[in-house]
Write a protein that binds this ligand. Sequence first.
Ligand SMILES: CC(C)(COP(=O)(O)OP(=O)(O)OC[C@H]1O[C@@H](n2cnc3c(N)ncnc32)[C@H](O)[C@@H]1OP(=O)(O)O)[C@@H](O)C(=O)NCCC(=O)NCCS
Length: 305
Amino acid sequence: MCNIRKLTQADKAELPHLSTLIFPSHRDTLIESLQETADSFSFVAEIDDTVVGLALVERGEQADSATLHSVFVQKPYRRRGIAQALLERVSRSLVEQGCAFLEASYTSRLKTRETLEALLSNDGWSSPWKRILFCRGDILRIQSEASWVKRAQRTSRGFSIFPWAELSQEDRVELEAGIEAGSIPFELSPFYKEELIQWETSVGLRYHDRVVGWQVNHLIPELPATIRYSRTFVEERFQRMGRAITLMSESVRRHCELVQSEYPHFLSDVAYQREAMVRFYERHLCPHSESVYSSFGIKKQLQVS
Ligand SMILES: CC(C)(COP(=O)(O)OP(=O)(O)OC[C@H]1O[C@@H](n2cnc3c(N)ncnc32)[C@H](O)[C@@H]1OP(=O)(O)O)[C@@H](O)C(=O)NCCC(=O)NCCS
């Protein structure tokens, strides 16, 4: 007989076993979820007092949504409806809390992707949609193979490229105002995770004295020896003129010349809604990458009574 219950602080001693039922990257959230006041919570499935399955959920910043981080059932107990029972319990609990949506994301690298999609489809979730395209590989390969990097890059009259570390306080105030006003999309903000910016390879683009674009890169604590090409932006009126590619190319040049021995790898990602950039990735970056994958979003509308 399978019993589903919420984890509490009283389960703390079980953490070593519980941690085997989630991806390591979610361990801290699992620990938090034991606290009554946390935004996250976990349900477990027990058979004969042994935990054989776990679902971990976190309430979103918006009060009406939550994220399913993980659902796992130990191998000998699969295909008995245990994950389904965990998900039903999660949904019921969220409805009681007034939550309208449950969301999840995963990448095409997930080995059990088809199983997860079958499980969520069975539980009434939407079809998955593509969110982000990722390319990973060796930066020297990009430099030696990619025609857009090999070609000498020139900036046209009035434009100049500068090291992002030289951004002035005045520039910052103006860009922050642009983000606030919505003329610069928040998700392309150059001020994202500033403590992790990789300064030697991050560059900005000026048109006369105004900053109109950037390629801002980051270090990723979980991925050593890798620079993430994370924020590529050129103001709308200067787009479609190869300027974003000039910026990326300058970044690659600096990466190879200044820090390649310390960071031989790159990770570059773009949201699927940026169609022109996705086409550029597909034609000019994916073919020179070691690994290309996508992330997907998926959503369940909860019945709020
Ligand atoms: C995914 C997982 C949690 C499913 O657990 P489970 O307890 O076996 O799932 P259930 O028995 O509740 O399955 C419910 C429905 O999901 C679908 N499903 C589950 N496993 C499936 C599989 N291997 N192939 C196809 N459909 C599957 C079926 O529709 C199933 O209903 P049915 O058995 O009546 O056909 C389990 O396989 C697992 O822990 N995998 C590894 C961890 C993982 O990848 N988690 C997802 C990412 S966080």
